[in-house]
Design a binder for this molecule. Structure first.
Ligand SMILES: *Cc1c(COP(=O)(O)O)cnc(C)c1O
Length: 226
């Protein structure tokens, strides 16, 4: 079942790329394995996937211990400052940085471990009151502030689009994030390398790819309902 799901998702990624003439290598699939057991992750790993997304610190720690070390773990959930120290050296990318205080904590812990940590800035692109992430207009200022910290590299933007059953409704938000991404890239800020755009989930990843996503975060369509 999982193999079939994964094949369908990969085909959809391919179709979306073809539709807008993007090379398929531009898009990396993150299999969102939150709440799912190690055995299911092993199944997906065996099918060649190496990027997995989790939203809880404790779950990353547990799964990190039990699974192969060439997995790239993506922290996609809200991150509390007091938990940063447990995962800075375990994750490939933190997608959910939305404040200077959180970035300062990441910088501090990364420095202690003498590593560099890659992050994305989470933007609440539809300005939903229920969501984490900073607003569009505040993003540039936050990026300037974080860019001055050591041991932390800003590599792009992430968003969680509104829940909808019609993916087309989110096209406007994905294109808005892409525009912000390009605007920030054009500023050539020191220590900022805008190369990743993390957007699109099970319900809307094809539209996100058409609008420029480089990471899509897909859980349900691969692993089934949670
Ligand atoms: C759970 C989650 C996903 C995956 O959602 P699906 O609809 O199951 O594909 C993607 N991104 C974030 C931030 C999530 O928390």
């Amino acid at each position: 079942m999982i193999k079939n799901n994964l094949d369908v998702v990969k085909e959809c990624i391919q179709d979306a790329c073809v539709k807008v003439s993007r090379p398929i290598e531009d898009v990396t699939l993150i299999a969102v394995s939150k709440t799912k057991p190690v055995s299911m992750i092993e199944e997906v790993y065996a099918l060649g996937v190496r990027d997995f997304g989790e939203n809880k610190v404790q779950e990353i720690i547990d799964k990190y211990e039990k699974l192969p070390k060439d997995i790239k773990w993506h922290m996609i959930g809200h991150l509390q400052r007091n938990k940063v120290k447990y995962i800075v050296d375990k994750v490939a990318l933190i997608h959910s940085v939305d404040s200077l205080r959180l970035a300062e904590e990441i910088s501090k812990e990364a420095k202690k471990k003498n590593i560099n940590v890659s992050i994305l800035i989470e933007v609440n692109i539809a300005e939903e009151s229920s969501k984490f992430g900073i607003y569009n207009e505040e993003t540039l200022e936050l990026i300037y502030a974080i860019s001055k910290l050591s041991h932390i590299n800003i590599e792009g933007l992430m968003t969680i689009a509104p829940y909808t059953t019609d993916a087309e409704e989110n096209r406007v938000y994905f294109s808005r994030l892409k525009k912000l991404f390009v605007d920030i890239m054009s500023k050539n800020i020191d220590n900022v390398n805008m190369r990743y755009l993390s957007m699109g989930m099970s319900g809307d990843f094809q539209v996100a790819i058409q609008e420029g996503a480089t990471f899509v975060r897909v859980g349900t369509s691969i692993f089934g309902d949670r």
